[in-house]
Design a protein around this ligand. Structure first.
Ligand code: SF4
Length: 310
């Protein structure tokens, strides 16, 4: 049985977050974002289907929570190797995981939110983070590279409906890419849309880990600050996602922990070395995983990162 639960990992939005990877590997997504940190989408998917039995996910969550003893977890969050709403059991999983008394979050690319059943599932979560990188068709195709049958207009309408219905914490995440969605016109349009849906917090940022496409560039700091001001002036509660070193939770099996974490969250060399040192591992273990073809070393803005090979 695949390891479905990983972490806790530090999340910029959800504090200490126990991650649920509810999509069976290899990655399945409706998008193939140019900045995706887990690599290109080889298997586009938009049909909802079952990947795991909800009871199996609950069993794995219980096991990890017990192994962490009294360490605190702020959220159980669906952060998948792909898009979590493709999982047809998502709503049932949220329901049964609520029994642990921990808040539930879902991080979605929003691509299936035009569907009633997807919105109904998401409404069961305490917090939902929606990806909104652009509201312009051409830019959407450039950044998110969607599966051909999905339509941006439908998604934006679905987001508006959801924002009116959802009683929990609505977050949005907009990643800016140099020369693609960081011009004034784009920023204004995104801001106007966010103003309509009134998120609790609108996060803005840029890729902080190695992107799928090597040519992806980070915008100048002034552009991010400009977007912040434009959004703020529209009355949006906006926050910039800052890059920072992160600490990961250890559940007792170093190799399994590393593989499950970097399946969805590549670690920098510093983070990896600290994780190994804190939990009794050595660099030999890392070398062994690279030699076995389980993980790969990639460079991004002068730093080394480790990513899972699928
Ligand atoms: S960033 Fe998210 S939505 Fe985009 S391709 Fe990767 S997993 Fe899919």
């Amino acid at each position: 049985m695949e390891r479905i639960v990983f972490g806790p990992v530090p999340s910029r939005r959800f504090g200490k977050s126990l991650g649920i990877n509810n999509i069976i590997q290899p990655k399945k997504c409706s998008y193939s974002c140019i900045y995706c940190q887990i690599g290109k989408t080889e298997y586009y998917e938009i049909e909802r289907k079952e990947f795991y039995k909800p009871e199996e996910i609950k069993r794995q969550v219980r096991k990890i929570i017990e192994s962490l003893k009294d360490k605190e977890i702020d959220y159980i969050s669906f952060v998948s190797d792909g898009e979590p709403t493709i999982d047809i059991n998502l709503g049932k999983e949220i329901e049964i995981l609520k029994e642990f008394g921990i808040k539930i979050a879902v991080i979605t690319n929003s691509s299936l939110i035009w569907r009633n059943d997807v919105r109904d599932d998401l409404k069961k979560a305490d917090s939902v983070s929606l990806k909104i990188d652009t509201v312009t068709e051409e830019t959407w195709r450039k950044i998110n590279r969607p599966y051909k049958k999905i339509k941006l207009q439908q998604i934006l309408e679905g987001i508006e409906i959801f924002s009116n219905e959802f009683k929990g914490e609505l977050l949005t995440e907009t990643l800016f890419i140099k020369n693609i969605n960081d011009c004034e016109k784009e920023i204004e349009k995104i801001g106007d849309f966010l103003k309509k849906i009134k998120p609790t917090i609108a996060y803005i940022g840029y890729p902080t880990r190695p992107p799928t496409e090597k040519w992806v560039e980070i915008p100048e700091k002034e552009k991010i600050d400009f977007a912040y001001i434009i959004f703020k002036n529209k009355g949006i509660n906006v926050k910039i996602i800052e890059k920072k070193g992160e600490e990961f939770g250890f559940t007792g099996n170093l190799i399994e922990d590393i593989l499950s974490i970097i399946s969805v969250h590549p670690m920098s060399q510093k983070e990896m070395e600290k994780f190994l040192k804190d939990n009794g591992g050595s660099l030999d273990l890392l070398k062994d995983l690279i030699d076995r073809g389980e993980i790969v070393e990639v460079e991004y803005i002068g730093e080394k990162y480790y990513r899972r090979i699928k």
